[in-house]
Design a protein around this ligand. Structure first.
Ligand code: SF4
Length: 371
């Protein structure tokens, strides 16, 4: 739960869900909201798939999903699961054999809708395979692929149809005494997704996987996801999330973390507070921030850094950050440490010096946490 003893207006009350496991990662309950992404390589190309998983894990992904459209994919999955630094969710559509193969190959979770894989015997076989291999299941309802009987009943994809679809899949798992599942009700429309998730959150205590599906390209998709997911997370809904972008999966991970960081629900790496710049700036803020973002990407410890162009807002922002720099006159500015003025610094030493300070502070925070 995100609480702040001195700033109660920062508080988000998380919905109480039950906890499940996706391999080594807990999802639901009081577990941190996990960030997921999905590979877009040919799953059969183990090296390329693992390279993408590793890049996402390095960016902070807690869980990665991999498509398993055919037998070659589930064959490759064995090595992928063995070598991956994070648990793997196998993405299965319709084919019960792929689900069983994925469970046998070491997937930590199956993304499959039990109502779409055939008769009760097949469903039971998949559930037994999941149980035998310690796999959880993610029910993934999508507005774009609702069951025909629900479209006939409701006329078009709507929150009620999506919730009903989710509850039907849940019932199948529960009838088979399987409870290690989470659920998503994704739509590309933020209103539809939000209403479906809100209804679902009231109808079940299962952990909820959030997503605005097919959100779009990097920039527009990030904005749309931030609005849709941000609204739900702010109201306490969501135990794990994926931002879906037509972009490098690493960008999905970064966007996911930024959304959680903005809401104070999760902290990772350097949070840079910087001004939009204007004629008052005492140094090139935009260029400096862009270099710092890249050069500080290796730091995973939560730490805040303010880089502000002038004294209008610099000292005030620096009060609330671990390290700060505020532009001044005559080619120099002021460095702040833990909110206090510390020393003057020439602009030409800015980047290297700030990197040094942030690395030092990150090491201290790590040490304090380990003590
Ligand atoms: Fe302009 Fe100073 Fe505000 Fe930055 S902090 S936008 S430089 S007034």
């Amino acid at each position: 739960m995100a609480t702040h003893p001195l700033r109660p207006w920062r508080h988000i009350d998380r919905r109480k869900s039950r906890k499940i496991r996706v391999g080594t990662v807990e999802v639901g309950g009081d577990a941190p909201i996990s960030v997921q992404s999905m590979t877009n390589t040919d799953t059969g190309d183990v090296a390329a798939t693992l390279a993408q998983i590793n890049a996402c894990a390095e960016a902070g992904a807690d869980i990665m999903r991999v498509s398993c459209p055919d037998e070659a994919a589930t064959r490759a999955l064995k090595e992928i699961c063995r070598e991956s630094p994070v648990p793997i969710v196998a993405d299965i559509h319709f084919h019960y054999r792929r689900a069983i193969e994925a469970a046998e190959a070491g997937a930590a979770c199956l993304r499959i809708n039990p109502g779409n894989i055939g008769n009760a015997t097949r469903v039971r076989e998949v559930i037994n395979a999941a149980r035998d291999h310690g796999c959880s299941i993610r029910i993934g309802v999508n507005a774009g692929s609702l069951e025909k009987h629900l479209l006939d009943k409701y006329g078009e994809p709507c929150p009620e149809a999506m919730i009903e679809s989710g509850l039907e899949h849940i019932r199948i798992l529960e009838d088979n005494d399987f409870h290690d599942f989470k659920i998503s009700v994704k739509a590309s429309d933020v209103f539809l997704a939000a209403a479906a998730y809100q209804g679902l959150a009231e109808a079940t205590d299962a952990p909820i996987h959030l997503g605005i599906t097919e959100a779009g390209g990097h920039f527009a998709g990030t904005v749309k996801s931030a609005i849709g997911l941000g609204n739900l997370l702010w109201s306490g809904i969501g135990d794990t999330l994926r931002v879906s972008l037509s972009a490098d999966p690493v960008e999905e991970v970064k966007a996911g973390f930024e959304i959680l960081k903005a809401l104070g629900l999760r902290h990772r790496g350097v949070s840079i507070i910087s001004c939009p710049t204007c004629a008052r700036q005492g140094f090139d803020v935009i260029k400096t921030v862009s270099i710092l973002e890249e050069r500080l990407a290796h730091i995973h410890t939560p730490i805040s850094l303010s880089i502000i162009g002038c004294v209008v807002n610099g000292p005030g922002e620096a009060l609330m950050t671990d390290v700060g720099f505020t532009g001044g006159g005559a080619g120099s500015g002021m460095v702040y440490i833990a909110g206090k003025q510390d020393h003057k610094l020439n602009n030409d030493q800015l980047v290297e010096h700030i990197i040094e300070l942030v690395e030092k502070r990150a090491a201290e925070i790590e040490k304090e946490a380990g003590a």
